[in-house]
Design a protein around this ligand. Sequence first.
Ligand SMILES: Nc1ncnc2c1ncn2[C@@H]1O[C@H](COP(=O)(O)OP(=O)(O)OP(=O)(O)O)[C@@H](O)[C@H]1O
Ligand SMILES: [Mg+2]
Length: 213
Amino acid sequence: MKKGLFISIEGPDGSGKSTQIAALKEYFEQKGMDVVLTREPGGTAISEKIREIILDKNNQEMDDMTEALLYAAARAQHVAQIIKPALMAGRTVICDRFIDSSIAYQGYGRQLGDCVRIINEYAVRGCMPDITFLLKMDPKIGKSRIRDEEQDRLELEKLEFHQRVYEGYVEMEKAFNRIVGIDAARSIQEISADIIAQIEAVLQEDGRNRNDL
Ligand SMILES: Nc1ncnc2c1ncn2[C@@H]1O[C@H](COP(=O)(O)OP(=O)(O)OP(=O)(O)O)[C@@H](O)[C@H]1O
Ligand SMILES: [Mg+2]
């Protein structure tokens, strides 16, 4: 059974995910909690190799379904090798993108639909985040924060693609209580204070549940 807290951070490219994760790491460390930071696609040697194939700007001929399956394959390895063992050991895991990125980018962006969710249910085998923060920001603004030469194969997709991705995220936020929308068009400090307040509530709730056992 899972023991540690599993947090994922989602949002458009350049919405501030990595920035907020760095702030969260500091928060957990100050509390003396053991925290593992990891990212998708990646997080293990095998997944990082898959990541290189997926994001390589030269792989223009990649079929959309190949892309979706590669993401799911990287995730299966990541869950089995890093996330599940860390949670079982009672550690807090913060993951930069997880299953919702696949549903948003491949399901909505590439318009592959619900099969993306199904493939990924096999990949994660029940290992789902306790809470997911969706950094909400117009994808145009996020994109403008990343220099052109730094953009990978997906980031270089046209704006319509990124708009579909964003609409997918917003639909998922409405459908799942696990996903908490955060206004990401604020200062770094305001956003992290907001995220930390939500985590404090989850931790308190968690403590109550444990005492009830
Ligand atoms: N709240 C904020 N206000 C202004 N600039 C910000 C804010 N948060 C992050 N930034 C800046 O925006 C840029 C992108 O931030 P960051 O790398 O954290 O985004 P990301 O979501 O991780 O991007 P990617 O999807 O490319 O990994 C960085 O230069 C960062 O310093
Ligand atoms: Mg990042």
